[in-house]
Design a protein around this ligand. Structure first.
Ligand code: GUN
Ligand code: FE
Length: 445
């Protein structure tokens, strides 16, 4: 089944840029996990008649169906899923101390880790997240389990063992030497898995949990192994105040990371709600990407992130669910909240125009792929890319949307299907999920 070569015939939606979606009817050929050809309906008929696809499985999409690229979640915390929806009435630092660190401390238990991570990966795939960039926990073996779960269920993933060396009430930190040894061992273990879908990512939690010595050494490890690095920046005002007190020689939060050598084109920073203009310039000049996490920014009352301003400053942005600061594991939710937050900023008088549904579609797919350095491989339905894709059915059984038929035949029917999925769709509409041509979800009836 998995390595079967397939031709899909029907409607396709894929982002070219923040402002442009390509929505067209035709055919798309998948061979050995890659998109090898696309064309018009009449080209397909000609090729079919000539027998070109006689050995292929041909899938004709129904009226309410279309194919789109898989979602990219640029920032989520796999060990926090058991806490989803808990304690969100507290601000960040209190929430971390009371709910998050005590839960994450439990992942030294490898069996517990593997049972949670198995569910997490399955949950994300069900919701169409074909690529996830994960924070694991402080634990080496526990976090290797996360990579193994992704491999088992064939999700594309960047997996990070969280680094922390500063004291907290939960006793959830390592001494610097042990931490650095473990990070290096972790990176080596992930590389030894030799799975083309999985990469390690160096993961200093944030400057509240890591001192300058650890941050600097972690930046060096990421350079030595040529892997990516992720952290949190400027999420909440009390956090920023605390960081500036801890690093008196630095003139901003971004400066703390810059002086440690972390800010470069392999770096992805989550949140970035309260950056100053100088920090925006710095992140942009270093080629840092931002994971926009609107659910947790709202739930923990961190703030309204001015995403459009970052995009206008040539910063690459992707979306993150940031569970369990975020209360939803699906990128569809992140897309809607991205639109909402940008509208709220606009209503408050910001000069930004709102990010519309086209922009949300881009950020959830190609933008995220770019933020993770994977845009040559995934993020759109371009020939030559891996087939990481979703088969959507807006008239799926038990869907939240009924088929009233009134819309069929309308001039804007195709665009309307995609719009409706962005605004109203859920996992019931995601009938099939493919990662590198492997079918990892199938609820097609
Ligand atoms: N900053 C440092 N750690 C975390 C975390 O686990 N979640 C969120 N939202 N912010 C953080
Ligand atoms: Fe986070």
């Amino acid at each position: 089944m998995d390595d079967q070569n397939i031709v899909f015939v029907g409607l396709f939606a894929s982002a070219d840029s923040l402002k442009r979606l390509s929505i067209c009817r035709g055919f798309l050929v998948v061979e050995n996990g890659k998109i090898t050809k696309k064309g018009t309906p009449s080209e397909f008929e000609t090729l079919k008649k000539s027998g070109t696809y006689s050995k292929f499985k041909i899938v004709h999409l129904n009226a309410g169906q279309f194919i789109m690229p898989g979602f990219v979640d640029c920032h989520t915390h796999a060990p926090q899923f058991p806490n989803i929806g808990l304690g969100l009435d507290r601000p960040l630092l209190e929430w971390l101390a009371k709910y998050t660190f005590p839960l994450e401390s439990r992942y030294g238990d490898v069996d517990f880790a593997s049972s949670v991570y198995d569910k997490v990966v399955k949950r994300l795939l069900t919701n169409g997240t074909t690529t996830a960039c994960y924070f694991g926990s402080l634990h080496l073996e526990g976090t290797v389990e996360l990579a193994k779960s992704a491999i088992k269920h064939r999700q594309r993933a960047l997996v990070g063992k969280v680094s922390m060396n500063l004291k907290n009430d939960a006793g959830y930190y390592n001494n610097t030497k042990k931490e650095l040894q473990e990070v290096e061992t972790f990176v080596q273990k992930i590389l030894e898995l030799k799975n083309e879908l999985i990469q390690p990512i160096v993961t200093p939690r944030f400057a509240v949990s890591c001192d300058a010595e650890l941050l600097t050494a972690l930046a060096k490890i990421s350079k030595r192994y040529d892997c990516r690095i992720q952290s949190h920046i400027s999420e909440n005002l009390s956090e920023i105040e605390y960081v500036l007190q801890q690093f008196p020689s630095c003139n901003s939060y971004a400066d703390v990371y810059d002086k440690s050598g972390i800010l470069n084109e392999k770096c992805i920073m989550a949140h970035a709600v309260h950056l100053t203009d100088d920090e925006i310039k710095l992140l942009s000049s270093r080629g840092v990407s931002i994971a926009h996490c609107p659910a947790s920014n709202t739930r923990l009352k961190s703030g309204l992130c001015p995403v459009k301003k970052y995009l206008d400053s040539d910063i690459t942005v992707g979306l993150g669910t940031d569970v369990a600061g975020g209360d939803s594991a699906t990128i569809l939710d992140a897309m809607r909240r991205t639109m909402d937050v940008s509208t709220h900023l606009e209503l408050k008088g910001s000069a930004d125009y709102s990010l519309d549904w086209t922009a949300a579609f881009y950020l959830a797919t190609l933008g995220g792929a770019k933020a993770l350095g994977l845009n040559n491989k995934i993020g759109s339905l371009k020939e030559g890319k891996d087939f990481d894709a979703l088969l959507i059915d807006m008239y799926a059984k038990d869907s939240a949307i009924d088929n009233y038929k009134s819309f069929e035949g309308a001039e804007d029917f195709d665009i309307g299907l995609i719009q409706r999925f962005v605004y109203l769709g859920d996992d019931r509409n995601i009938l099939q999920v493919y990662v590198k041509g492997n079918k990892v979800k199938d609820i097609m009836t």
